[in-house]
Design a binder for this molecule. Structure first.
Ligand code: KG4
Ligand code: ZN
Length: 338
């Protein structure tokens, strides 16, 4: 089985993974820089890139050691080319290319959102037809997937991503960064029906999202006087999760898919999982989530896309540039390009 080494540096996680074909995860090292950025209330791009530069050699060495492999045994190298912070992406891309040149092996540039999108199927040689919801700090995207390399973006967010909304509301409430986990923790003791926050775009009749109005509604509520923190967290979380689940299931019906998959950092949210399970179960639609360690940023999901590409004869390209923004029109055709 071909060995693949993948690196991921699109935001504030420095990660490397070694895979044996599509199925075997031999190592997945993730170093989160979150504590370095927490004091700023968000990721500082230059701090992220400098730390990727300093940490990546150690992370790659640790992944190889855990996989019990040497550079010369690696058959192909991969790195995230975007979307993400340009200077952070450059570090991982330069590292992946340098390793590939040194080892005289191919280099594959991988789309981060595709990494998330296919992560619920990690290990499988084929990606089954489904509707995928990617919910992370940077993206909220509904995608109809006929097969690997045959995707169509159904809709995305008009403003904030779902994870970004969690992070911004956490900041308004004086909670730490990243905010999603904190909001979820506090929401457990709260009443989700206490505050009636807007469900933006719920009846828009399409698959687009908007979360900035919800964040503003939380700010207005806080300006009006004292609130119950657990009730605000629970009501806010419910508003986000309800729209995500409803739109995903309507998309499945519209596309005639009996399977939905949810991925990205926000898919770690238990209330999202619970509501998705309940509503999809009622409709007889199967639900797939990524394994817990593949929900937030990691290099294993990048290696998996690279392995799927290699299995389909994608040769790779040392000329690949970083692509900081997502091109919704081109998305999904990326994997088909040899
Ligand atoms: O996928 P990810 O690691 O990075 C991006 O590609 O953006 O996602 C990070 C996002 C952050 O916004 C974080 O607050 C959110 O995922 N997140 C959560 C939870 N865990 C992480 N949001 C809600 N509930 C959670 N349990
Ligand atoms: Zn991500």
């Amino acid at each position: 089985m071909a060995l693949i080494l993948a690196v991921e540096t699109s935001c504030d996680e420095t990660a490397a993974a070694v895979l044996s074909g599509c199925g075997g995860l031999l190592a997945s090292e993730v170093w989160s820089q979150a504590s370095l950025h927490a004091g700023y209330g968000g990721v500082v791009p230059e701090v992220a890139s400098r730390n990727h530069l300093a940490a990546l050699p150690q992370i790659v060495r640790a992944a190889l050691k855990r996989a019990n492999a040497t550079i010369s045994q690696i058959d192909a190298f991969a790195a995230t080319s975007g979307p993400g912070l340009p200077t952070a992406l450059l570090v991982g891309m330069a590292c992946g290319k340098a390793l590939a040149i040194g080892a005289r092996r191919p280099f594959l540039a991988i789309n981060h959102v595709e990494g998330h999108l296919f992560s619920p199927f990690f290990g499988a040689e084929e990606v089954p037809p489904h509707v995928g919801l990617v919910v992370s700090g940077g993206h909220t995207l509904l995608v109809d997937v006929a097969a690997f390399g045959e995707c169509r973006v159904l809709g995305s967010t008009l403003d904030d991503a779902a994870g970004e909304a969690f992070d911004k509301v956490a900041k308004l409430l004086g909670l730490g960064y990243p905010g999603g986990v904190e909001v979820e923790r506090i929401a457990r003791a709260g009443d989700p029906a206490r505050y009636d926050f807007p469900r933006s775009m719920r009846h828009s009749g399409d698959f687009r999202f908007s979360f900035s109005g919800l964040k503003t509604a939380v700010r207005y509520l806080l300006d009006r006087g004292p609130v119950s923190l657990p009730d605000v967290c629970a009501s806010f979380q419910e508003a986000v999760v309800e729209v995500l689940v409803e739109k995903t299931l309507s998309a499945a019906a519209a596309c005639g898919r009996g399977l939905v998959a949810i991925s990205g950092g926000v898919s770690a949210n238990r209330r999202l999982q619970e509501l998705a399970r309940e509503r999809s179960g009622a409709l007889g639609i199967e639900l797939r989530l990524a394994p817990p360690e593949l929900r937030t940023d990691n290099a294993a999901m990048i290696g998996y896309v690279a392995a799927l590409q290699r299995a389909r004869g994608v040769a790779g390209c040392l000329d690949a540039d970083v692509l900081p923004s997502i091109d919704l029109e081109a998305f999904g055709r990326l994997t088909a390009g040899v």
